[in-house]
Write a protein that binds this ligand. Structure first.
Ligand code: SF4
Ligand code: SF4
Length: 374
């Protein structure tokens, strides 16, 4: 673990991408309860981005957190995301709108969002990094960092180009550790080489490492310690050298209580637990699931002209495959009654351009259609 940024009280952060919902609105009362529980248990790090829940995450943070707590009680991270600026001139007004939406005068951390080889060129051209460093000098940002979704050599290039970057947020979990596309371990090694503290996102891979297939869940049950599946995944990330904070995108009070129970007094993994994680990884990889993290980037901002609910359709196929759950046929019918079927894809490629997991969505939708539209 890493001890930089002493203002961060613990090794655990509240990712506000998957907040509790009532229909299409954030369940503010539950979010307030979760916020209170988190802070009362000694945690203080919150993470958001403008695109999360179509702008509703930032606004909910104002109501549940920043209107209710003094500024020194919490740290808030926000991000600069590609679709929201087309030139350097557009960055400052967008940044200001984020401060206002969140109800704060400054961000503790401000990250260049979801950097990859393609959008890094856009950020460079618009002098996004330079603008963030200026905002830091003006006191409106305390620390500048980036979040990252690409190959290790791309990160190496970014950190060489902008050595002033203070922190890097990466996707890191036991399944993606040696994945050839996500490259968690190689990306982690680049952060270490450049001496950058690391923030971990997707420790439970969008929930996939929580709802495990029976054979994998049994491996953890046999440890006999009564801990949740999430605990092994989150502690696996927190266990590594150089990790400053692990984010969890908690969606209800039960998840919050569970996560707090093992992160409040963090204990590194034992040899037996590491062995169990290795077994679960092998089982998980044998299942051939679609590695979608349900981030929803592909469906936000009207990316899909056919209104195909891509992550939900992928989840249907995964669940049917892994759990032999025939109810998924009914869910698929319900889901596509008011939105696009998988077969409606016109292969425009808009979704693939923004998928941080680099999934071949068009081809995968054909698999979904073959399963559910026979
Ligand atoms: S490729 Fe298909 S699923 Fe992707 S945005 Fe275009 S129509 Fe939608
Ligand atoms: S398909 Fe890609 S962009 Fe869409 S939800 Fe899944 S991981 Fe995110």
């Amino acid at each position: 673990m890493d001890r930089s940024f002493p203002e961060i009280k613990t090794f655990f952060g509240f990712g506000c991408m998957r907040l509790p919902m009532i229909g299409s609105e954030v369940d503010i009362e539950q979010f307030k309860e979760m916020t209170d529980y988190f802070i009362n248990n000694g945690f203080n790090y919150f993470d958001t981005a403008h695109g999360y829940i179509d702008g509703k995450s930032e606004k909910a943070i104002k109501v549940a957190l920043t209107d209710r707590y003094p500024r020194d009680k919490y740290l808030l991270t926000d991000k600069l995301t590609e679709p929201y600026f087309h030139s350097q001139e557009e960055i400052r007004p967008f940044f200001q709108s984020q401060l206002e939406a969140c109800g704060v005068e400054y961000f503790d951390f401000y990250l260049m969002h979801a950097q990859n080889a393609v959008n890094f060129e856009h950020f460079k051209k618009c002098k996004a990094y330079e603008t963030a460093f200026e905002l830091k000098k003006e006191g409106k940002i305390r620390h500048v960092g980036l979040s990252f979704h690409d190959k290790a050599e791309v990160l190496d290039n970014i950190l060489t180009t902008y050595p002033e970057i203070e922190v890097v947020q990466i996707q890191f979990n036991y399944v993606d550790y040696d994945d050839p596309s996500v490259q968690s371990k190689k990306v982690y090694d680049v952060c270490r080489k450049h001496g950058k503290p690391i923030i971990v996102m997707e420790p439970v891979k969008g929930g996939s490492l929580v709802k495990l297939p029976d054979a994998a869940a049994k491996v953890y049950e046999e440890l006999g310690d009564g801990l949740s599946n999430a605990s092994y995944a989150i502690r696996f990330a927190a266990h590594q050298e150089g990790i400053r904070i692990v984010l969890s995108g908690m969606s209800d009070m039960a998840q919050m209580k569970d996560n707090v129970s093992f992160m409040k007094d963090f204990k590194p993994l034992s040899e037996a637990e590491l062995g169990a994680i290795a077994k679960v990884t092998a089982i998980y990889k044998g299942l051939d699931m679609i590695p979608c993290t349900a981030c929803h980037y592909c469906v936000e901002e009207n990316h899909c002209p056919m209104d195909i609910k891509i992550p939900e359709l992928f989840a249907c196929l995964n669940t049917k495959k892994v759990f032999n759950d025939w109810n998924q046929n009914m869910y698929y019918g319900n889901l596509t009654a008011t939105s696009g079927k998988a077969s409606a894809c016109i292969e425009c490629g808009g979704c693939e351009a923004v998928c941080p997991q680099h999934l071949e969505i068009r081809a995968l939708l054909k698999d979904v259609a073959a399963e559910f539209e026979k």
